[in-house]
Design a binder for this molecule. Structure first.
Ligand SMILES: NC(=O)c1ccc[n+]([C@@H]2O[C@H](COP(=O)([O-])OP(=O)(O)OC[C@H]3O[C@@H](n4cnc5c(N)ncnc54)[C@H](OP(=O)(O)O)[C@@H]3O)[C@@H](O)[C@H]2O)c1
Length: 340
């Protein structure tokens, strides 16, 4: 590939173990718009262009196709297994006793791997909705977060580290009150936590809570997820890449506003995991971490774009008596209680 970037030139972040991992990765959620073949094709191109971190998930429905790409890359000597950092997640319907192992075993089979580098709990509760369901649908079995239930799932994940099936474990879609409730009881602390992070939604408190405890924040929807499923779009959502200040900074650097979102993310310190099936986009997303950094005053202007613009609200995970999607996110600083 002509446009390849030397992985050694991509800045690194340190995990709590001291191990270095790339400051950017590639997302693999097709948002119901892109086929598994398009996405695995992008993963193949991304490996060749220098990406070394991939964010997968059982629920994305494409691990079989991505696994074929990994196997081919290893057999052709494009990259060695230990040069990649591969993460997967188990879905909300796999929280029962023994289910986490079953889900990881399936992911390992599909991805054609002996181990993953990180295993995330995709959401901190077992609330299930069918893939592609309508945004207003509710599952009568859904319920609020319960720390004891979460910890029984985390114990299963800790055992998978002991077994060598995953090197690190992580959480996703957490809040500070939920972390306060569970972290003191985790035998193995999370190495990474995935959270929605983009200029218009910076989650400063959660971000800082994690970094102060040696947990790396991994930022999903780093470009403001312009191609997210329609069920995740509301009329009041702000489009990051159309924000005038961001567009102005992009013009000054002669790049697409998406690239400015990623430069901001990397310079702030989180690991963004942008998605794209287009070679020109995913190459510029990786390359932008190696050149032409944002100026301190540009970083300050971007910090001021925060406007609490949560895009992945999670409303399909609400329990029947919940009033609003905000009930999922503990906005009062306490975990939303279960009603009797
Ligand atoms: N843990 C969780 O619960 C969770 C939730 C959501 C996502 N994720 C992970 O985070 C990843 C990223 O999130 P996301 O896919 O929702 O959103 P995103 O990365 O913010 O946005 C992806 C879209 O941005 C556009 N884009 C990418 N690079 C571009 C460039 N250089 N120039 C112009 N446009 C560009 C593409 O749209 P066009 O096709 O229009 O170019 C692409 O489809 C996912 O793939 C998934 O791995 C995790």
């Amino acid at each position: 590939m002509k446009q390849a970037i030397n992985p050694a030139d991509v800045p690194k972040r340190k995990l709590r173990s001291g191990e270095s991992i790339p400051c950017i990765g590639m997302g693999t959620f097709g948002s119901d718009r892109f086929t598994p073949e398009q996405i695995s094709g992008a993963v193949a191109g991304a490996i060749r262009c220098g990406y070394r971190l991939f964010d997968c998930a059982a629920v994305y429905g494409n691990e079989t196709q991505i696994g074929e790409v990994f196997a081919q890359a290893f057999s052709e000597g494009v990259v060695k297994r230990d040069e990649l950092f591969i993460a997967t997640k188990f879905w909300n319907d796999m929280h029962g006793q023994g289910d986490v192992l079953l889900s990881l075993a399936q992911s390992l089979k599909d991805l054609q791997l002996d181990y993953v580098d990180a295993l995330y709990m995709h959401w901190p509760f077992p609330n299930y909705h069918a893939p592609g369901c309508d945004g207003d649908s509710r599952n009568p079995d859904s319920r609020p977060f319960r720390a004891a239930e979460f910890l029984s799932v985390w114990r299963q994940m800790e055992r998978l580290v002991d077994m060598g099936l995953t090197r690190y474990i992580g959480m996703s879609n957490m809040t500070v009150p939920k972390l306060e409730a569970v972290l003191p009881q985790c035998r193995i602390q999370p190495a990474l936590i995935e959270m929605e992070l983009h200029p218009s939604f910076q989650q400063e408190e959660l971000y800082r809570y994690c970094t102060e405890r040696g947990i790396l924040p991994v930022g999903f929807c780093p470009i403001g997820s312009p191609t997210r499923p329609d069920r995740d779009k509301t009329e009041t959502d702000v489009t990051d890449i159309a924000m005038p200040e961001l567009v102005e900074i992009a013009k000054a650097h002669n790049v697409h506003p998406a690239v400015i979102c990623l430069k901001w993310a990397v310079q702030r310190g989180q690991i963004p995991i942008p998605f794209s099936v287009y070679e020109n986009e995913y190459v510029s997303n990786l390359r932008c971490t190696t050149e032409d950094p944002l100026l301190p005053e540009e970083m300050e202007r971007l910090a001021r774009l925060e406007c609490n613009n949560r895009l992945i609200k999670g409303q399909v995970f609400l329990w029947p008596e919940a009033e609003h999607w905000e009930d999922l996110w503990d906005l009062d600083g306490v975990i939303t209680p279960e009603k009797e």
